[in-house]
Structures are given as structure tokens and as C-alpha cells.
Design a protein around this ligand. Sequence first.
Ligand SMILES: [Zn+2]
Length: 80
Amino acid sequence: MGCRERAAKRDLLRIVAVEGVCVPDHRGTLPGRGAYVHPASVCLDLAVRRRAFPRALKAPGPLDTADVRRAVEAAAQAAP
Ligand SMILES: [Zn+2]
């Protein structure tokens, strides 16, 4: 969604919107629409800049992406 590169869903982080906040859905179990980004801050930055989250998640307004950013940064540190 951010960089528009194709990837398998298992390589992407699912994001759902809960009350105006983007929440990372690591297990893919949260209900509602999901948006997918690579767990990389460049990809997240692009998605945020393009306002891709409100669009993909059909949110009426801007969404808080701080939780997603933390998850992406944690994933980047865990990666080899
Ligand atoms: Zn990407």
C-alpha cells in the first residue's frame, strides 16, 4: 500500500482502524477493513504521506499512526 510493491500478505503488516487510531494487527484477527504495508518505515512514511490509511480503511478523518510506527520500528530492529 505504501510503496505499491507487490508482496505476499504474510510479508506485510495488517493495519486496522479502531476509533481513529491505526492499530497493527500482527495476528490478522481484528475485525474490519485491513490495510497492508511492509513492516518498514519507508513504506509507512509513504502510506502516511499519501493519506493512504484513511482512504484504504474508509475512515472519515485522519488516523493516528503512532502505534503502527512503533510496531514497524520494533519489526525493523528484530529483522536480521
Ligand atoms: Zn511497501
